[in-house]
Design a protein around this ligand. Structure first.
Ligand SMILES: NC(=O)c1ccc[n+]([C@@H]2O[C@H](COP(=O)([O-])OP(=O)(O)OC[C@H]3O[C@@H](n4cnc5c(N)ncnc54)[C@H](O)[C@@H]3O)[C@@H](O)[C@H]2O)c1
Length: 267
């Protein structure tokens, strides 16, 4: 029988994870409540499946429309404890074999409070763009079972990704380091050290990073980075305080690639 997976949230990450699962012949149901976003995704998926690029993905407006007991359920809704807590509580009722959060930073133990079976819950942190990234960070909460860890590792490998397993600390291994670098680069733009392209070149040419920290921030989404930084500031201290420039750009709607402008122009 074909494995079934449910993805909640059809944004940058949810759509990418859904496509990766469909490409691995998994039956995918995607939940996206925004009618305009849902429409956009349906049109894109129809075009892809017409080219035979992926097995069909069904898109629903609500978790109520999803079949129970999928093998895997991953939430990829905005980086907010309260939004994720509500979604995880509802998702638990579908009794997935493994329940995972794609959170970039939030505590798996805090999120575990809202799930029915904490032993079957953990973080599966995918990277952007999902199709081209190699890593899945598997984050273990205090109650996560060994079975759930191994099952998540198997899923990551099935999608052609390399899993790393880490303990639950704010920002895990990846975001804690990556966001710090991004925030420092933004402070350097604020101070006038150089423009964004020059600061990025310092890291791509000097340190062989494939993408500079400011372009990465644009790709992730400035709003997503601000949410993560605000949480890490509260939990890990002042070194994660979001720079004023980041707050200003987000309030001007300059969110990076998805809005057409961030530290760079995207046309
Ligand atoms: N953007 C990245 O590079 C990146 C990388 C790794 C992890 N993440 C994490 O993935 C998660 C999602 O980030 P994103 O960049 O895809 O955000 P996004 O803003 O692109 O997408 C979020 C989606 O969730 C939908 N949504 C909102 N409330 C919902 C609800 N109640 N039920 C179902 N869907 C709902 C929104 O309509 C939107 O389509 C966050 O936790 C983020 O930290 C993001």
């Amino acid at each position: 029988m074909t494995d079934r997976a449910v993805i909640v949230g059809g944004g940058t990450m949810g759509k990418g994870i859904a496509l990766a699962l469909a490409a691995a012949s998994v039956q995918v149901e995607l939940v996206e409540p925004s009618p305009s976003r849902g429409q956009e995704i349906r049109a894109e998926l129809a075009a892809r499946s017409a080219q035979g690029a992926t097995s069909p993905i069904s898109v629903h407006a609500s978790l109520d429309e999803v079949r129970r007991e999928p093998e895997l359920l991953i939430e990829a809704v905005p980086e907010s404890l309260s939004i994720k807590a509500g979604i995880l509580e509802m998702a638990s009722r579908l009794q997935p074999r493994l329940l995972a959060s794609n959170t970039s930073s939030l505590s798996i133990d805090e999120l575990a409070c809202c799930v029915a079976r904490p032993a079957q819950f953990l973080g599966m942190h995918f990277f952007n763009p999902v199709a081209r990234s190699e890593l899945v960070e598997v984050v273990l909460g205090a109650s996560t079972s060994d079975w759930a860890r191994d099952y998540a590792v198997d899923w990551a490998r099935r999608l052609g990704k390399e899993p790393i397993v880490v303990r639950d600390r704010p920002g895990f291994a990846s975001s804690r380091l990556g966001v710090l670098l991004g925030l420092e680069a933004i402070r350097m733009v604020e101070e006038g050290v150089a423009d964004a392209a020059t600061i990025d070149r310092a890291m791509t040419l000097g340190y062989k990073h494939p993408v500079g920290p400011l372009k990465t921030t644009d790709l992730v989404g400035l709003d997503v980075r601000l949410d993560i930084a605000s949480y890490l500031h509260r939990t890990l201290g002042n070194r994660f305080e979001p720079p004023q420039l980041l707050r200003d750009l987000v309030s001007e709607g300059k969110l990076g690639k998805k809005s057409g402008e961030g530290f760079f122009q995207w046309h």
